[in-house]
Design a protein around this ligand. Structure first.
Ligand code: ZN
Length: 591
């Protein structure tokens, strides 16, 4: 691995586009430190003018803090070993805490205003940059309690959050990782190793891994069950205290998502299960086994078909793949390539993986990579550039208060790029091995992100609904629910090994209730958008750009409608299912 100073400048991101030097960073830091006192607005948020002044001041400080933060973050990730960069991060975190407590009075003070006044504010042109925020406060208003009750709830914060911490302790600290023997060598099955070993071509290794790993969880199942049940009961408590119809509606309404979307997702995926079952039957046939077990799910169906491109070649390929998005998009990609948006090479101490990062006041988004000449790295490049462009267009089109987009839509642009690239590659190769690899990559993505996350989402909904109806949850009930869903989703070609009933017990995401469904709606939206762009061209691209430019200016479900995706209806889900079936049929033909 190279040291950073040996990497050519054109393969490094330009942090100097944000601050020329750490000294400049320090200067802004000192300046922001003097602007954290918002008490002059407290108790005065009763006119449109004063509300605007307060919001303006808040966003002005927040914008600078984000800039300080992103710079510190990037320096840290360039070389995680440098303690002086960690110190910058710690400093800006402290600043952010002071900022939060300084503006903490705002939402309660606005919420306490009567609804008529709030509506007038939301419709006042003076406050147009803050109208969505004000409308959200109006929506939340019926769920906010009196001052004293809110204070009591706030005091319980640490206690209420503890179930997730307890599970974290079980999962990361106390779980005895089992040891198995492979070719005479002892191997510890940690979380990381589990994922690796479940892809091992040797079926016996996979079987041993699966059994040993699940037995470790089964050994702690009483504790884990009680932890999860308590977490669900906590959700119910909050839904009732805040006067929501259910835990599910609380989770979705607080993110301004129509609860219908959740139902629609589950129903639509149920309709698509026949294709999933067909996929499982194909897997069984290709693997040539009498009985397909749960430990066969992650074994690869194809040979590696790495294109072995260097970064420059890969970038050209990605540009070609994304050409359907038009000339402006292509030019911007070139700009990202030429002008220091991207940190390409793996260097000593650099943060692993890949991500895109962006804040409103930075001159452009940034992308971190650790380039390797594999096919999946080409997809990662397209993916991260998707995030970067979404941020770029939203920042350009929206005021600071509305440019940040929500998690609900965060994976749409990145996945659209992956799907477009995949379609391009498939259309432009005769190499059967590569085609199989690509189709398998796509099906794995849909299987993992659409089907599996929806199954998780359905499990959460069932568990909460059960407890909400007054019937107590038990570990046996949770296990039965889970294995029932497993059978339903995988179909008859799959043998649901008894251990799989306990899978729910090892999923950390379940302690963030009603979160994972967003992965499924995200990929559904992206596939539906990419398919439409492929078929309709320009009009679909124009609609997609409206979405890319919409940031967080409205409910995420409304914003997706700009790109022609209505998640309250079935079309987008059907498009995604058809795309899966299409890929499967092509895959069958090649085998
Ligand atoms: Zn992503």
């Amino acid at each position: 691995m190279k040291p950073r100073n040996e990497v050519p400048a054109n393969l490094k991101w330009k942090t100097e586009d944000i601050f020329a030097s750490i000294a400049d960073w320090e200067k802004m830091y000192a300046d922001v430190s003097t602007r954290l006192d918002f008490s002059c607005y407290e108790g005065k948020l009763n006119t449109a003018e004063s509300v605007k002044a307060c919001f303006d001041a808040l966003y002005d400080v927040m914008g600078d803090i984000e800039l300080l933060s992103v710079y510190a973050h990037m320096l840290h990730d360039e070389d995680t070993r440098k303690s002086e960069n960690n110190a910058l991060q710690a400093k800006v975190q402290a600043l952010a805490v002071r900022f939060s407590s300084g503006v903490a009075f705002m939402t309660p003070e606005l919420t306490a205003l009567d609804e008529k006044t709030l509506r007038e504010f939301a419709e006042n042109p003076l406050l147009k940059d803050y109208d969505y925020e004000l409308k959200s406060i109006i929506k939340e208003k019926p769920h906010v309690l009196g001052k004293e009750a809110e204070a009591v709830l706030a005091m319980g914060g640490q206690v209420f959050g503890s179930f997730s911490n307890i599970f974290g302790m079980i999962n990361n600290a106390d779980l005895p990782f089992p040891e198995i023997t492979i070719n005479g060598k002892k191997v510890k099955v940690s979380h990381g190793m589990y994922g690796v070993l479940m892809q091992d071509p040797d079926r016996n290794v996979r079987k041993k891994t699966f059994k040993a790993f699940y037995n470790a969880f089964i050994g702690l199942i009483n504790t884990i069950s009680q932890t999860y049940i308590s977490h669900v009961n906590k959700d119910i408590y909050f839904a009732r205290v805040r006067k929501y119809e259910s835990c599910l509606s609380k989770a979705l309404e607080s993110e301004d998502v129509n609860p219908k979307v959740y139902d629609n997702l589950i129903k639509s995926v149920h309709r698509g299960l026949k294709t999933m079952h067909k996929y499982v039957a194909v897997r069984k046939k290709i693997m040539g086994v009498n009985r397909l077990h749960m430990y066969d799910v992650y074994a690869s169906l194809v040979d590696d078909a790495d294109l072995k491109l260097d970064y420059e070649q890969a970038f050209e390929l990605v540009k070609k793949g994304l050409a359907p998005l038009g000339e402006e998009y292509g030019k911007l990609l070139q700009d990202a390539h030429d002008n220091g948006w991207i940190d390409v090479e793996e260097t000593e101490g650099k943060k692993s993986g890949a991500y895109s990062i962006s804040v409103h006041r930075a001159p452009h988004p940034f992308v971190l990579l650790n380039w390797q000449p594999t096919t999946s790295n080409i997809f990662t490049l397209a993916h991260e550039l998707g995030h970067a462009m979404h941020s770029y267009f939203s920042t350009k089109a929206q005021p600071e208060s509305k440019s940040g987009y929500r998690i609900f839509v965060a994976e749409v642009a990145s996945t659209v790029n992956e799907v477009l690239l995949l379609k391009y590659l498939l259309a432009n190769t005769d190499d059967v091995k590569l085609k199989k690899y690509l189709l398998n990559y796509y099906m794995d993505m849909i299987k993992g992100t659409l089907f599996r996350q929806t199954m998780f989402a359905e499990f959460e909904a069932l568990a909460h609904a059960q407890a909400e109806s007054g019937q107590p949850l038990t570990k046996d009930l949770l296990n039965e629910m889970y294995i029932g869903l497993n059978r339903k989703y995988f179909g008859r070609s799959m043998y649901s090994d008894p251990e799989i009933a306990y899978e729910w017990a090892r999923i950390p995401h379940f302690y963030r209730s009603f979160y994972v469904y967003k992965y499924a709606t995200g990929i559904t939206s992206a596939i539906s958008i990419a398919e439409r762009i492929y078929k309709e061209g320009a009009p679909a691209v124009a609609d997609y750009f409206k979405f890319l430019s919409s940031g967080g200016s409205d409910s995420p479900v409304e914003l997706l409608k700009l790109a022609g995706v209505d998640l309250t209806k079935k079309d987008a889900f059907d498009a995604a299912m058809n795309s899966f079936e299409d890929a499967l049929n092509q895959f069958i033909e090649l085998n």
